[in-house]
Design a protein around this ligand. Structure first.
Ligand code: LCS
Length: 401
């Protein structure tokens, strides 16, 4: 693994975790790691079985506890995120919930960014509250707000950067230092940035979670998630919350995802290239009130983006001058770009967060944090840029008139 860390991102994405993943009885090792599409593993003797239960690292027992296909993916993820170890999960929310269940205990307190993917917001605001775990939501774009919200019982600092859907950023180094100084575990959802756009562990963040449903798998074929962090945390998550609550990835989805990841660096670079052109085009269009994209100088935290991101991603948020009606016009008139939730797909996807991805966040909280009714979110895909721009332009003309 140390050797793999010195390699370039594309080499890591293609080769990490794959070597000798698949010894066969005859010569000739499959070039692609095969799928171990099985739930359980057979032992030869009672002693061998007992020994594997005693030392789980020595063998496989049952796919909810571990499976060779999952492990290839996990080794690849650890290398890409520069973490000690990784865990693949059944969904992004499986990763978020497993990470929180691992880091929290009875009566603990969480400090969280106020703008988060809605299901994560709901876990913190509703589900964990039922178990006596309280969350203070802050505008984490201001690290001083994080510091002020920390209490003696704070166990977790939970961040997204860039956030869904507002693309707000948090200073990773400063916030990781604040968490560390108070003995809290810092967790960040790195779905929007991917390991190609941002390496949170290098800034001192303890745990990275992903929805691999998005850029990592890349083609919209699977629901999957990941947790990356120190070996001790990952082992605790694997042998505790993941195994017992059961958000385990299927071998087939792990296999699809590990093949998706091999093209991540290439795809992500092109997503970024297309997105900056779309953002610049939108910024000059007369129907558009404002555009948020971390790579634009107009982003309020553009300098921070330049400091801590290696690339700015494929997500853009905008507000149309005509508000919600104009937004509905826009999506109704698109011919190539798809009206769909999710993101990070090879296809360009557009959605209206207030009525879809963030509909479950109470309206007054949406207003307070800036998820207005006129907000439109674009996940810029990999179609030819001329075709994306032409589709947006013809649809925007119907809003401008
Ligand atoms: N984290 C972020 C930042 C997300 O955007 C999502 C899903 C999740 C976690 C959960 O991942 P999942 O369990 O779906 O794999 N975001 C979605 C979105 O914006 N539209 O549809 C799903």
């Amino acid at each position: 693994m140390t050797v793999e860390k010195k390699l370039g991102k594309s080499t890591q994405a293609i080769h990490a975790g794959e070597r000798d993943a698949s010894a066969t009885e005859k010569s000739g090792v499959p070039l692609l790691p095969p799928i171990y599409q099985n739930s359980t593993f057979r032992f030869t003797t009672a002693a061998e079985c007992a020994e594997t239960f005693r030392d789980e690292e020595s063998g496989y027992i049952y796919t909810r506890w571990g499976n060779p296909t999952q492990e290839v993916l996990e080794k690849k993820l650890a290398v890409l995120e520069a973490g000690e170890a990784a865990l693949a999960t059944a969904s992004g929310m499986g990763a978020v919930s497993t990470a929180l269940l691992t880091a929290l205990s009875d009566g603990g307190h969480v400090v969280a960014m106020e703008n988060l993917y809605s299901a994560t917001f709901q876990i913190l605001n509703e589900d964990l509250r039922r178990f006596g775990i309280e969350t203070t939501f802050v505008d984490a774009t201001e690290p001083s707000q994080i510091a002020r919200a920390i209490r003696p019982d704070t166990k977790v600092l939970y961040l997204e950067s860039p956030t869904n859907p507002l693309l707000k950023l948090t200073d990773l180094r400063t916030s990781a230092e604040i968490a560390k100084a108070h003995g809290a575990t810092s967790i960040i959802d790195n779905t929007f940035a991917t390991p190609c756009g941002q390496q949170p562990i290098a800034f001192g963040i303890d745990v990275v979670v992903h929805s691999m449903t998005k850029y990592l798998s890349g083609t919209g074929a699977v629901i999957a998630g990941a947790i990356v962090g120190q070996k001790e945390f990952i082992t605790q998550a694997k042998t505790g919350a993941l195994r017992n609550f059961g958000a385990v990835i299927s071998p087939f989805n792990a296999w699809l995802t590990l093949h998706g990841i091999t093209t991540l660096p290439l795809r992500f670079a092109q997503h970024c290239k297309n997105a900056v052109q779309v953002a610049e085009f939108l910024e000059t269009h007369r129907a558009v009130a404002w555009v948020r994209y971390p790579g634009l100088p107009s982003h309020p935290q553009h300098q921070l983006a330049q400091r801590q991101m290696e690339a700015f991603g494929g997500m853009i948020t905008l507000e149309l001058k005509g508000g919600r009606t104009a937004g509905e016009h826009l999506v109704d008139h698109l011919e190539r770009c798809a009206l769909a939730v999710s993101l990070g797909d090879v296809r360009t996807l557009i959605c209206h967060p207030a009525s879809t991805t963030h509909a479950h966040v109470p309206a007054e909280i949406r207003q307070q944090i800036g998820i207005t009714d006129g907000l439109v979110r674009i996940s810029v895909g990999l179609e030819d840029i001329e075709d994306i721009l032409a589709d947006l332009e013809q649809a925007l003309e119907t809003c401008a008139s």
